[in-house]
Design a protein around this ligand. Structure first.
Ligand SMILES: [Ca+2]
Ligand SMILES: [Ca+2]
Ligand SMILES: [Ca+2]
Ligand SMILES: [Ca+2]
Length: 252
């Protein structure tokens, strides 16, 4: 079952926090405890929203993931425009387990999109969409191993100014996979030959714990196989794993 969220964001750039509500609408903070609901019936009850200024006009736009994937462009004056052409560009409209979909992976100054999830045959798929401007996103070929029930995360692990991609989850064959792809800065990525723990429902946390200037990784999740997990939905704490990767994971 999906879960929904509500968010505090300053969508009208007036310095106070407004509300974007799960299954509700945009609620503008007008100050003095006055809130104005802006009608919008397109929100799904169970939804997640990813905010980003994808058109670089200084206000927050957002991707709304509910029953379908909708891109809203913030046009100011509390007007949000459903970019219908965006949905037509998508290969599919159902996506899950994407942690950080927005990232300027090609360093051209605009935010691009990574979407991963299950297709209609319940197979994991992953798509990288390059922001081509004017609300248009181009599907870029990628060599990422698609996973589900895990995490995808952008991180510049080697401090070269290009965002790299970490993927963890269950692959097409039902096997657990954790992979880090180095962004070569030329529009393509290389799979790093680093053996990460393969974890179910893996989560990453990056931080420079040894203060040597590069981010280190804590990866946590369950080591149980998918089949075992499904038979045994409660994970015992002894089966949980947390590892600090820094010892084996050196920048290249
Ligand atoms: Ca505001
Ligand atoms: Ca914007
Ligand atoms: Ca970009
Ligand atoms: Ca990098």
């Amino acid at each position: 079952m999906k879960t929904g969220n509500s968010y505090f964001v300053d969508f009208d750039n007036d310095g106070d926090l407004d509300i974007v509500g799960n299954g509700l609408s945009f609620i503008r903070n007008d100050g003095n405890e006055v809130f104005t609901t802006i009608e919008n019936s397109k929100f799904s009850i169970n939804s997640t929203t990813y905010f980003a200024d994808y058109d670089n006009d200084g206000d927050l736009d957002f991707l709304h993931k509910g029953d379908s994937m909708i891109l809203f462009r913030n046009d100011g004056s509390s007007i949000f425009t459903d970019i219908k052409a965006f949905q037509k560009q998508l290969k599919y409209d159902e996506t899950e387990y994407t942690s950080t979909p927005w990232c300027d992976y090609d360093n051209d100054g605009d935010l691009d999109l990574l979407l991963s999830g299950l297709n209609q045959n319940s197979e994991p798929e992953i798509y990288l969409y390059k922001n081509a401007g004017k609300d248009y996103f181009v599907d870029v070929d990628n060599t990422f191993k698609a996973v589900t029930k895990g995490t995808t995360e952008w991180i510049d692990y080697n401090n070269d100014g290009h965002y790299d991609l970490m993927l963890s989850g269950t692959d097409f064959n039902g096997s657990l996979a954790s992979n880090l792809y180095k962004n070569n800065g030329t529009g393509d990525f290389s799979l790093l030959n680093v053996k990460f723990p393969n974890l179910f429902n893996g989560k990453f946390s990056w931080g420079d714990y040894d203060s040597d200037g590069d981010p280190d990784l804590i990866i946590s999740g369950s080591s149980v196989e998918t089949k075992q997990f499904l038979k045994k939905p409660l994970i015992r704490s002894s089966e949980m794993m947390v590892r600090i990767i820094s010892l084996i994971f050196q920048p290249i």
